[in-house]
Design a protein around this ligand. Sequence first.
Ligand SMILES: Cc1cc2nc3c(=O)[nH]c(=O)nc-3n(C[C@H](O)[C@H](O)[C@H](O)COP(=O)(O)OP(=O)(O)OC[C@H]3O[C@@H](n4cnc5c(N)ncnc54)[C@H](O)[C@@H]3O)c2cc1C
Length: 458
Amino acid sequence: MDTFTPRHVAELSAFVTSDRFSTGQSNRELHRHDISFHLGTLPAGIIWPLTTDEVSRILSWAYDNDVPVTPWGAGTSTEGNPVPTRGGLVVDLTLMNRILDIRPQDLQADVEPGVLRKELNRQAGKHGLFFPPDPGADATIGGMIANNASGVQTVKYGATRDYVMRLTVVLPKGGIIHTGCKAPKSSSGYDLTRLFVGSEGTLGIVTEATLRLTGIPSHFLAATIRFKDLESASRAVALMIGSGLGPAALELLPPGLIRLMNREKHLGLPEEPSLFCEFHGISKNVLQETADLAKEVCEDCGAVGFTFETEEGARKDLWRARHEAWETIHRAHPKKQTLIVDAAVPISRYPDIVVFSQKIVEEYRAVGYVFGHAGDGNLHVVLVGDPADTAEWSKLEAINHAIVEKAVQVGGTCTGEHGVGIGKRKFMQLEHGESYHLMRQIKETIDPKWLMNPDKIF
Ligand SMILES: Cc1cc2nc3c(=O)[nH]c(=O)nc-3n(C[C@H](O)[C@H](O)[C@H](O)COP(=O)(O)OP(=O)(O)OC[C@H]3O[C@@H](n4cnc5c(N)ncnc54)[C@H](O)[C@@H]3O)c2cc1C
């Protein structure tokens, strides 16, 4: 459905003020793709609701009129997650961006879905608190909930799922439900909150969330640890975690990517296989002891060099460079696109998947950067190519496929954090077997017409 009839336009326009519904070409184009190569179909229109009741009226109308609906946050997904595939209506949540309440004494915040995570952290920071899940992009809380996003600090603090206590969700037919509670624990019935976290907008639209916050640590120490090869670096990962060092970040980086970062950001880092780590603690002394122990553990795995960074500016530069790794790769390969492997495995199998991935990228003579959130067993291989060059792109697809198969074989997953979207649908049966059919039944029960974010996950 790429155009609305005059009746559709009149009825939709009645739900919101005139500046919050558009069938204009540029708005439609802007909501046709996320940051990936996945190109959707043009939606017929975009609507910007302000309240749960407006969302409810819009979804009820869409259901009665068989109009496909795609929720939209900041559009920073990497798998086509918010991309319309059957036209219809995009519900853009960015104007529902109020932080409704911060309750420092409960370590909680109530937010609307369009709140950006950096803004939430600015406001929570005034109370000495923060919301730890940190995808590189300044994503919306709704998009993070829908993708169960995580990031470099997940190894210590957990993923978005671990911070969502209560949700208000508008279901595909327009019904409004509240899931979960504000108590720190509950054994009350099915955990519907966690059903909606990671559902990628296929089961309804989140219009409000109560989030758990945590205290900002008082002391930080970052370290770069260099190894002779990526395998040794990845072997150190399980040991660091097993030694109870509790790193707050533990990232694997290859020399090729550090070279690009140095070139762009003038970091002056040695271009060797490395782990970027960070530790958070209650005093400088505790951090120094932790760092000394980390050094010993890494030396046992063949580490060849250490640099500790306590100075705020240098530490922030390091992490900014890591957060922008994907953009840096894109800038180094203009006119190319990237296919991002996002597999995750048990950490004991991390060295195997790293070595396997390096080997297969070489065998196919592809351009690919092997790195990742090592502390979570999460591997990104950013493969560079041109989707229009079918021979080249099919090689990248084959590499992605082989790595996912290997990850699933050892009990892992096709996506550690980016979600399924369009790109990883083909792996769902492989990974979930019979459970995949139960997922379909759940979808069918909640959205019998399959109108909510169609063609995603399934
Ligand atoms: C440079 C860069 C680095 C990144 N690094 C990471 C990383 O380290 N870890 C990580 O997890 N991700 C990462 N990402 C991916 C992305 O930022 C996250 O997945 C993020 O959570 C997407 O949020 P968004 O607001 O952009 O949502 P969108 O992309 O707009 O939407 C995401 C999904 O949520 C649905 N949705 C949006 N709002 C709602 C709502 N209110 N209710 C129901 N469904 C909704 C959409 O339909 C879609 O399926 C990165 C992206 C970039 C560009």
